[in-house]
Design a protein around this ligand. Sequence first.
Ligand SMILES: Cc1ncc(COP(=O)(O)O)c(C=O)c1O
Length: 449
Amino acid sequence: MASMMLNLGANPTTTSLPKTFVGAKVNPLIKVQSFGRVSMSIAVKASRFEGVTMAPADPILGVSEAFKADTDPMKLNLGVGAYRTEELQPKVLDVVKKAESLMLERGENKEYLPIEGLAAFNKATAELLLGADNPILQQGRVATIQGLSGTGSLRLAGAFIERYFPGAKVLISSPTWGNHKNIFNDSRVPWSEYRYYDPKTVGLDFDGMIADIKAAPEGSFVLLHGCAHNPTGIDPTPEQWEKIADVIEEKNHIPFFDVAYQGFASGSLDQDASSVRLFAARGMEVFVAQSYSKNLGLYAERIGAINVICSSPDVATRVKSQLKRIARPMYSNPPVHGARIVANVVGDPTLFNEWKVEMEAMAGRIKNVRQKLYDSLSVKDKTGKDWSFILKQIGMFSFTGLNKEQSDNMTDKWHIFMTKDGRISLAGLSLAKCEYLADAILDSFYHVS
Ligand SMILES: Cc1ncc(COP(=O)(O)O)c(C=O)c1O
């Protein structure tokens, strides 16, 4: 509440009380401000939140805010990892619309879900991850609970690790998706980085990765991107995955997969889950967070899951009970809408097949722009530089190798919005804009150091 009063001692900048008030009983929560030479001042009730500082903009979501504010007609948002059509419009999948019509027809209610989420969703999501005929599922060795998409599922796992493995470290790749560090910081789980990206080759630093996983304290958690590594788009080969599993087993570490792009990387749900299945088939205990933001385009529905593959059904039952215990005071129980969409799509053979076709088309469009970007760079760049690393990367993103200053030039001069680590989301690019993007990359690469 602000109140107005006359300030007779016309000091233009003072924020102290006017003379007439000196000696009067002063409420410490009332501030008095004078404005210029005008003999008016406003008493503003001081906030109890004066000590709250301004948080920095999120490095990924903040890019979208800046994009909205730009009025240039050539502007391009390659910051956030969200799929766009060739016309650069958001897409709602046809199977999602069909699943939603089914839900309306059935007149489903809005009662609370149990803490662990929708049973049909939990069954579908574990089957999608491991393969419906995987004996691990028949043996009841997987504790699955519905989470608030990938982020919320990772956060539940973070809380579980903090509670049951106090002091254990999570090893995360360098670089990684921007939110991983926040999640483990807020979970009070210590983390450190393992080498992943080699700037010299714009490829995987496999030897560095193996050495760092070996050097970590026994029993650490190793966070791995199941497919389509974010931000680099660089995945290990099947042979490299085997070696990673060897070292993790040797060191008694616990693998923790983040699967945010199943089906979106290669276009095949099974192929994109092969890394997780390889570890599970070795009999290892594994954490897996899943997200349906990208592969079903359910970004705002916040639907995903945390799965813990355990050594016995008894352990799985106990682990699940504790995950529920963590979820209950956090958000009580998860939302139903996205869970029903996933359960309806995966549970209906016709919709499931239609989904696969739509997913392949999305993955295919991204592959096409990746190819065209590479072609444009190769034709325009007269120095003979090899840009083929772009073709070797997979999934939504390409790591261009541009540094912060060069990324700034992309935005300031070319109105291309991207994260400052040089990552671009190819899902936000159209064939029509590939040449423009190539011009911007070449200008930034060769003219900004
Ligand atoms: C590697 C990775 N993990 C998890 C997520 C979580 O996304 P969401 O919380 O929308 O499911 C993302 C999203 O970009 C991601 O790239």
